[in-house]
Design a protein around this ligand. Structure first.
Ligand SMILES: [Zn+2]
Ligand SMILES: [Zn+2]
Length: 102
């Protein structure tokens, strides 16, 4: 039985799906796995960056927080008006409540 899979057929090294010929030149991953890997790399970069620049990041967050509070803006999403007497908008407060319960 010839499966027509020659030694030249490249498969995604992650999920094993054969790759389309047009992608063979530079791809070892299928589109889905590539996207997943890129997302993972992006997350890893963000984690590394946050770890390496912890103090700067904290300072930035604090500055952002103070700026938003002084402008009566939601400190979570940063673009909605904060509810009177709170630091978050209605939508974020709702989300926050749900998260706490879960
Ligand atoms: Zn794949
Ligand atoms: Zn908000």
């Amino acid at each position: 039985m010839n499966m027509s899979l020659t030694s030249e057929t490249l498969c995604c090294v992650s999920c094993g799906k054969p790759l389309p010929i047009s992608r063979r030149a530079n791809a070892r991953y299928c589109k889905e796995c590539l996207r997943e890997r890129q997302a993972e790399q992006h997350r890893a970069f963000a984690r590394r960056y946050a770890a390496a620049h912890r103090e700067e990041y904290k300072a930035y967050l604090k500055e952002r927080y103070l700026w938003l509070v002084s402008h009566n803006m939601c400190v979570s999403c940063g673009h909605e008006k904060a509810v009177e007497g709170r630091v978050r908008c209605e939508k974020c407060l709702e989300r926050y409540r749900k998260k706490k319960k879960a």
